[in-house]
Design a protein around this ligand. Sequence first.
Ligand SMILES: NC(=O)c1ccc[n+]([C@@H]2O[C@H](COP(=O)([O-])OP(=O)(O)OC[C@H]3O[C@@H](n4cnc5c(N)ncnc54)[C@H](O)[C@@H]3O)[C@@H](O)[C@H]2O)c1
Ligand SMILES: Nc1ncnc2c1ncn2[C@@H]1O[C@H](COP(=O)(O)OP(=O)(O)OP(=O)(O)O)[C@@H](O)[C@H]1O
Length: 270
Amino acid sequence: MKALLMSRIDTPEVLAYADEIRRLLLSLGYTVTLEEGTADALGETGESLGETDAGIVVAVGGDGTVLLAVQMMTRQIPVIGINRGHVGFLADLEDREVPAFFANLREGMRLDRRMRISLFHEGEHLGEALNEAVIVTARPAKMLRFTIIIDGIEVEEFRADGLIIATPTGSTAYAMSGGGPIVDPKFDGFLLVPLAPYMLSSRPHLIDSGRNLKIRLESTKPAQLVLDGRGDFTLGSGAEISVRRSDAPAIFLDAGKNFFLKVREKLHNL
Ligand SMILES: NC(=O)c1ccc[n+]([C@@H]2O[C@H](COP(=O)([O-])OP(=O)(O)OC[C@H]3O[C@@H](n4cnc5c(N)ncnc54)[C@H](O)[C@@H]3O)[C@@H](O)[C@H]2O)c1
Ligand SMILES: Nc1ncnc2c1ncn2[C@@H]1O[C@H](COP(=O)(O)OP(=O)(O)OP(=O)(O)O)[C@@H](O)[C@H]1O
């Protein structure tokens, strides 16, 4: 099996560890190729995540590395993260679990598909997100005005610093910091969490992914749309963003970790 190895590149120790992982994978009979940026950092040549024919992607780093790997794929490839980050909620494997996991993987893979959202602006596809899309004021301390439209009904209008449109996977990330609920990743829907809403009664909404969801930006103030902490689209007044469930969910190699145990172990002591 061919594995593409991607490492976070800002920490030499993690890069050195990724090199150890490469040796381990080779010793277990995998063909290993490096992701372009990772290869660059190691002074080698690599393959782009957009073009590789690898069967699995091994991401060494934290959640940012896993999110980046998923975002860079043009076809979703089963991915597993080895945790070298601060939290590593999406990076399921710890050091000691690595050898057995890859030895057993040759017997067969279990996959865990995670919904992503697809964002459109006036028919133009802006991209996909595994965690969330955030529409946020481009001017700190200036509020935006939003209207939420569900199945053609204007459901709510409010002013806030921003609005998070999260997937169940993203419910443990930015949406959690915004006061949203922890959502079972098996749930199939969108989570809307306003950021610092200027009203007494604003609540997060959980919406079935089969509904037609639109967000209209009413204010004339500049706003930015950010996907999984990256990408930066500027939105003008009256911009209408459509949110749909992506046809291409992220595919994780299942390391058998229980979601609710991870919440208890990784998020309770942040
Ligand atoms: N106030 C906040 O909580 C806040 C602010 C900005 C961005 N973020 C999150 O950061 C993500 C981008 O990650 P990054 O590492 O490039 O940025 P980063 O370096 O700013 O780290 C963000 C933190 O969020 C954690 N995180 C990311 N996805 C998670 C998930 N699905 N479940 C639990 N924790 C998760 C990471 O472990 C990390 O500690 C965004 O998608 C967004 O969800 C959170
Ligand atoms: N291969 C890479 N190329 C470019 N940037 C990367 C790469 N891997 C990670 N990054 C970026 O480096 C930063 C830190 O990486 P990462 O999120 O993996 O570690 P962390 O923040 O320490 O861990 P965690 O997200 O688990 O708290 C993130 O902003 C991430 O997007």
